[in-house]
Design a protein around this ligand. Structure first.
Ligand SMILES: *Cc1c(COP(=O)(O)O)cnc(C)c1O
Length: 417
């Protein structure tokens, strides 16, 4: 089997033709194709408004800035996320507060409740891998404590929470987030190479983000240049340069049209992994939810290290030897030297996230893989585990049936994490 990379994008002829047409059109920056992409994306996620941005990181920063979150304010998020989530909080001068994750690897609402203080202003839940967070509990905490909710939906294009797309909120119950930020980075479910989108139901918030997105000026470039007689603009706030170009929106328009097909293939491949890797006590399959649609952006397995003779890094090396690329999502925020001063405060402890980290491996899962490649990876995982199984002690076998809290014989206590 030739090398199976951890990710490869699915770029079709339609994307290529649209990019070429954009280049020939004479309009390269934010213009008609971005307006079309925003409109079609907003419909796909059932949001009232959408604003295309040049990254999800930019989108998160814009959202916090538009919500006027700044120095002295606290923003609660998860330690199991990409550094961008925390950087956006620091960029507005606010204090990141980390809570712990639940057994699903997503932010734990009970831990959020523990972290709320009079300085809390917002919660940023992250739908890790495409599995929606427990939004009802998060929305309910936000309402009770007057907090904003900004969803980091970098993995969640195509995810549904209780029958509604991430981005729609819960129309029946009137719950919604202030802003939802998506990523179109090269490895994400929908890619424009680099890019992102923010959606909201709140028109004034949209206007504020739209202005901050382009230098804080009163009109965007499209309006300004679209009307050749009107050269006037005013800067009304200290803004940023976060707009998405029409060249990239051209890719996005066609990636969006293929999303449902992508999700279908991802789900089919996830099920193939489930079937092949089920009933292996050394391995835990990714958590799922019966009420939500998973976008299967990532397929994260957890190793039961106490039952194995190898650690996670050796496991990844063994995959590499079999020509398979793998990854880890994520290195917990407290382990990065720059974030350590915030994250290591007693009030930010996240033992469950730190316990999960050395056990997590993301297997390749994307529509550009063939079914044969998925089977090859699944069998390689099985094979590596069988070879690395701790079979020597009878005690270790018995440990399988012990309850979680049971005191186990010395040396195998890590068998049931
Ligand atoms: C990729 C990612 C981001 C950042 O996305 P960009 O578009 O690259 O800025 C933010 N949060 C999470 C969870 C991500 O995985």
């Amino acid at each position: 089997m030739s090398f199976i990379p951890f990710h490869r994008p699915s770029i079709g002829e339609e994307e290529i033709i649209e990019v070429v047409a954009t280049l020939r059109s004479g309009w390269l920056t934010t213009g008609p194709r971005t307006a079309q992409f925003e409109n079609e994306f907003r419909q796909y996620v059932a949001a009232h408004h959408a604003l295309a941005v040049n990254s999800c990181t930019a989108g998160l920063h814009l959202a916090l800035a538009a919500l006027k979150i700044g120095p002295g304010d606290e923003v609660i998020t998860t330690p199991l996320t990409f550094c961008a989530t925390v950087n956006a909080i620091l960029q507005v001068g606010a204090i990141p507060v980390l809570c712990d994750v639940g057994s699903d690897g997503n932010i734990d609402p009970e831990s959020i409740a523990d972290r709320i203080t009079e300085r809390s202003r917002a919660i940023i839940p992250v739908h890790v891998g495409g599995l929606p967070c427990k939004m009802d509990a998060i929305w309910s905490l936000a309402r009770r404590h007057h907090l904003s909710v900004v969803e980091d939906a970098a993995h969640a294009v195509g995810s549904y929470y209780r029958g509604e797309p991430i981005g729609a909120g819960s129309p029946q119950r009137g719950f919604e987030s202030d802003v939802v930020a998506y990523s179109f980075y090269a490895t994400k479910n929908l890619t424009t190479g680099e890019g992102g989108m923010v959606t909201t139901h709140d028109q004034p918030l949209l206007e504020s983000m739209r202005s901050l997105c382009l230098h804080g000026i009163s009109k965007d470039a499209w309006n300004r240049y679209g009307d050749h007689g009107n050269w006037f603009y005013e800067v009304r706030a200290q803004g940023f340069k976060y707009n998405l170009s029409d060249i990239l929106s051209a890719i996005g328009i066609h990636q969006l049209r293929r999303q449902e097909e992508f999700i279908k293939v991802r789900t089919q491949y996830a099920n193939l992994y489930h079937r092949t890797l089920a009933d292996i006590p050394e391995l835990e399959l990714p958590p799922e939810s019966s009420t939500c649609r998973h976008s299967w952006h990532l397929y994260i397995v957890r190793l039961n290290l106490g039952r194995l003779t190898i650690d996670r890094d050796e496991f990844i090396r063994a995959l590499r030897q079999r020509n398979i690329g793998a990854s880890v999502h994520f290195i917990p925020i407290p382990l990065h030297p720059y974030f350590a001063p915030y994250a290591n405060l007693a009030c930010n402890q996240c033992p469950r996230a730190l316990e999960l980290y050395p056990r997590m491996v993301s297997l390749p899962l994307y529509p550009a893989m063939s079914e044969e490649q998925v089977e090859y990876v699944a069998n390689a995982v099985k094979d590596i585990i069988c070879t690395a199984r701790k079979t020597k002690t009878i005690a270790a076998t018995n440990a399988v049936r012990q309850p979680r809290t049971a005191k186990l014989p010395l040396g195998i206590s890590e068998a049931v994490p």
